[in-house]
Ligand binder design. Sequence first.
Ligand code: LMR
Length: 334
Amino acid sequence: MRSFVLPILGAVGILAATPVMAQQAPIVIKFSHVVATETPKGKGAEKFKELAEARTGGKVKVEVYPNSQLYKDKEELEALQLGAVQMLAPSLAKFGPLGVKEFEVFDLPYIFPNKESLTKVTQGPLGQGLLKKLEPKGIIGLAYWDNGFKIMSANRPLKTPEDFKGLKMRIQSSKVLEAQFRALGALPQVMAFSEVYQAMQTGVVDGSENTPSNMYTQKHHEVQKNITLSDHGYIGYAVIVNKKFWEGLPADVRTALDGAMKDATTYANQIAQKENDDAVTAMKAAGKSEFHTMTDAERAAWRKAMLPVHDDMASRVGKDLIQAFYKETGVAGN
Ligand code: LMR
């Protein structure tokens, strides 16, 4: 009896197990970033997760890790290259230290007169050509995501270029940003984004530049007495993936993910301006810092002080590239 029952049970076991075994484990995309979820980039990442998972019918799982939970600025790029995470959206400033210095063109003060000219660059051949430069680093650039124009904060009013003299200003790791603050007579300090709040609180730095949404979600306004609405430069992102991982995906999955990224990009770029406007409103309402709206004369003085950075950085970033940006944006640097 036993000799009959066991093979039958065994066969039933195999049959029962078959559907389970046929179900493949989902492909996991770890998407790491350094900002809060309630920012243009944070919301864009969540939107991509939602669309990617729905459109691949569960074949792909996107795990989003915000707030430098996994890696800080520089480490996250190394992690992507090693394949420890699959997707990131670093600010464009952060590709310089990787050896793709051309991206620092986006850090030049006053390089974009407005959002429209920026979109012309990122959506046109110039922007796409820059993304291609990442491929030899084992990285594929999928899209540009907007944040917005930067404002300045410190513990003293920043109205004229002279007000920056001697201030320790936190910067992202970019030679262009370093040159920008030197042009103002300030002392630039490279620091990871996640460390800025504490550095402000303890006086390690006196101030910084960032977008309103980044300042607000990091609570910088609680430890900075003065904020100037300067819009003197830009912060945006390239959404990137590990090349080997991306090219190894089944074609149908990659097509679905490309579509999800396209739509997440439209969404992220649509909400960016409002997120930043809302952040200014919220920081003003919090009443901890004094806001300064610049006069035309003050703007002109800042511009005059910072524009020489375009020429000074031409040998690093590329003279032709800067000229191509001028042509596309319709703005001459000086
Ligand atoms: C910063 O480091 O200041 C920002 O680029 C952070 C970010 O990703 O927006």
